[in-house]
Design a protein around this ligand. Structure first.
Ligand code: GTP
Ligand code: SPV
Ligand code: MN
Length: 610
């Protein structure tokens, strides 16, 4: 095939792993790149690649004094978010993909993909990126190799995961299994054809083969579509591994909370995309004596430890955070991490002095900007300067408040799990579950208004179980059963307490019912005090909510009546909610765990007496 001298190139490959060599060769035959390049992860390599990306117009180098070693990228306006409609779980049996996923028979999908990938890297370099999700020295390290024709993906993966020579050497030395993760922009270059700054293809396919544990992604260069260690591996494929191996792969942040008594608590929280994980993970508490450190902001792997405790680790090495709304007022910890540089910003606006800006970064809006689409922008423009799903990609090690436990392969024991969504009405600021199973019920019925993190309409209410709707790699009912069965192996006394939170409830006048951000520490404090048996609560049909005076309001211009309003359980709203949960559960058919059906029945019973 072609005149590409692949054989000699492969002989010079920095590995003897037969499976890896065979796969690289097979992909090169199919995609026909001009060159094959093995990514070593070094500083020099990164400098070279980013220089090339600047020359190609994909990256803009930022003002070195403001943002050292940092770059901005601007995507094709049709490639700005995950594409859920085009995301597939191709299990052997349709039933195993469940009703929450798109499915196609694997053989049919492979044929389609082979057609798309044929020659798709012509005129480009094929990069081979060895990576590990989680710790390289974990008991059972989770390896992957991403093949991509995008140098922007290489530079971003370098921030988001541990990549390069050390990883490849361990894959080789242990003859390890790795997840083959194939990515192409789907934009081959004919001889003499000029490239564009953001090559991609209108036809996008994000495909997972769960039995084979492989990923094929075509047509997009953006975020979760293209950085395959993230959602594709660490959630969709990992959730299947976790089902088979007895652990959990979740869309959660992890934080460490230290009380005034210097006692440590570890909390994880699952909120849907663009619903506040990064902000809570990097929380700057507004109450005296409570300290927060972070371990992770997007993905959490959990397993039962030797003593029956639930332990959590963050498999990622970077943040891929929503830029708009991240500011010195709302999230100073993120701002400090970004200011250290070594970051890639995508679809933000540029300031005239070569820095970046987005809505919410500063109170004062710059008089002039270049918007994410390259247009001159002033405050009277009717469009936002930064795309609503614009992102910063920054090494997690740059966070000053990173907890040292982040580096521990054993992870941390969780005291509490929060589930949360973006709901204007109905769902109180915070509700403590009645029991572990009741908490799983809360997670399974979690709901949220859609955001710009995925292509499609924004603000549409949908159920999003454990914030995993777009990320469960198998049948959703089996997934809920797996939650119940994994925790069945835990010591019940060590299981975390579960809370449902909603930072986004509105008041009658349309404003937020709760100030949010740093003030969410007050809700965390209440949760910990509930666990310690110290805070008061009112029992409602859905669970325990704070009494007006049990939430610490010191320094806030809020009354107890305000809190009571923010935690109100309204009978009329909940009648509608129960009908909607009924409809949601009906979609699971036989696959819904009996224990959760029973939770719904008893909630209906309690509500009828409310
Ligand atoms: P993904 O990275 O897409 O998974 O998102 P995420 O869950 O990490 O969300 P993130 O913390 O980036 O927040 C998304 C948006 O919600 C930002 O615009 C924030 O400013 C806003 N937000 C976060 N926390 C709060 C809060 O407590 N109150 C309010 N009103 N808005 C919040
Ligand atoms: C999300 O959408 O939940 C993200 C961004 O964290 S992406 O990496 O694009 O999935
Ligand atoms: Mn996310």
């Amino acid at each position: 095939m072609g005149d590409l001298a692949q054989k000699p190139l492969l002989e010079k490959a920095p590995t003897t792993h037969a499976g890896l060599l065979a796969w690289v060769e097979e992909v090169a035959e199919l995609t026909q790149p001009d060159r094959i390049y093995w990514v070593d992860g070094s500083e020099e390599e990164n400098t070279r690649l980013t220089d090339e990306l600047v020359a190609a117009g994909t990256l803009t180098r930022l003002n070195q004094e403001l943002f050292p070693n940092s770059f901005a990228a601007f995507s094709d306006p049709a490639d700005v978010a995950r594409v859920e409609e085009q995301t597939f779980i191709c299990s052997e049996n349709k039933r195993d993909a469940g009703f929450t996923n798109n499915w196609m028979a694997p053989a049919e999908m492979k044929e389609k993909l082979r057609g798309l990938f044929a020659g798709s890297m012509r005129g480009r370099t094929m990069y081979v990126i060895p990576f590990v999700m989680g710790h390289l020295d974990a008991e059972d390290p989770k390896f992957g190799v991403e093949i991509t024709d995008s140098a922007y993906v290489v530079a971003s993966m370098r921030i988001m995961a541990n990549i390069g020579t050390a990883v490849l050497d361990k894959i080789t030395a242990t003859n390890a299994f790795f997840v083959p993760a194939l990515h192409s922009l789907g934009a081959p270059l004919e001889p003499g054809q000029e490239d564009v700054p953001w090559p991609c293809n209108p036809d996008k396919w994000i495909v997972h083969f769960p039995e084979e544990r492989s990923i094929w992604s075509f047509g997009s260069g953006y975020g979760g579509n293209a950085l395959l260690g993230k959602k594709c591996y660490a959630l969709r494929i990992a959730s299947v591994m976790a089902r088979d191996e007895g652990w959990l792969a979740e869309h959660m942040l992890i934080l460490k909370l230290t009380s005034p008594e210097k006692k440590n608590y570890y909390v994880s929280a699952a909120f849907p995309s663009a619903c506040g994980k990064t902000n809570l993970a990097l929380l700057d508490p507004t109450i005296e004596g409570w300290e927060v450190e972070t371990l992770g902001d997007d993905i959490t792997w959990m397993r039962i430890g030797k003593e029956g405790e639930l332990r959590a680790t963050n498999p990622e090495a970077g943040l891929f955070g929503v830029a708009p709304g991240t500011g010195w007022g709302t999230n100073p910890n993120a701002m400090r991490a970004i200011a250290k540089g070594h970051s890639i910003f995508t679809n933000v606006a540029l300031t005239d002095d070569g820095g970046v800006w987005w809505e919410g970064m500063t109170d004062e809006v710059p008089a002039h900007l270049t918007d994410w689409q390259g247009n001159s922008w002033t405050p009277d423009s009717d469009k936002p300067a930064a795309h609503p799903n614009s992102r910063f990609c920054t090494p997690i090690s740059q966070i000053d408040m990173l907890a040292e436990e982040y580096y521990s392969p054993e992870g941390v024991e969780l005291s509490a799990i929060l589930f949360g969504g973006r709901r204007k009405t109905t769902v109180p600021l915070v509700t403590q579950a009645r029991s572990w199973t009741n908490g799983i019920f809360m997670g399974s019925t979690l709901s949220s208004e859609t955001t710009a993190a995925a292509a499609g309409q924004v603000g549409v209410l949908r159920r999003d179980p454990m914030a995993m709707l777009p990320f469960i790699g198998y049948d959703a009912g089996d997934y809920l059963k797996h939650w119940i069965s994994v925790s069945g192996k835990a010591n019940p006394a060590r299981l975390p307490h579960i809370f449902l939170v909603n930072w986004f409830r509105r008041t009658a006048d349309g404003g937020f019912a709760w100030p949010g951000f740093g003030d969410n520490a007050r809700v965390l404090k209440w949760a910990i005090e509930r666990i310690e048996g110290k805070a008061d609560a009112i029992e409602t049909p859905i669970g325990f909510v704070p009494t007006g005076d049990s939430l610490d309001l010191t320094g806030l211009d809020l009354t107890h009546a305000h809190v009571e309003d923010a935690v109100r359980v309204d009978r009329e709203e909940w009648d509608a909610e129960l009908a909607s949960i009924e409809e949601w559960y009906a979609k699971f058919g036989d696959s819904l765990p009996e224990a959760l059906r029973a939770e719904l029945e008893s909630l209906k019973e309690r509500m009828s007496k409310h």
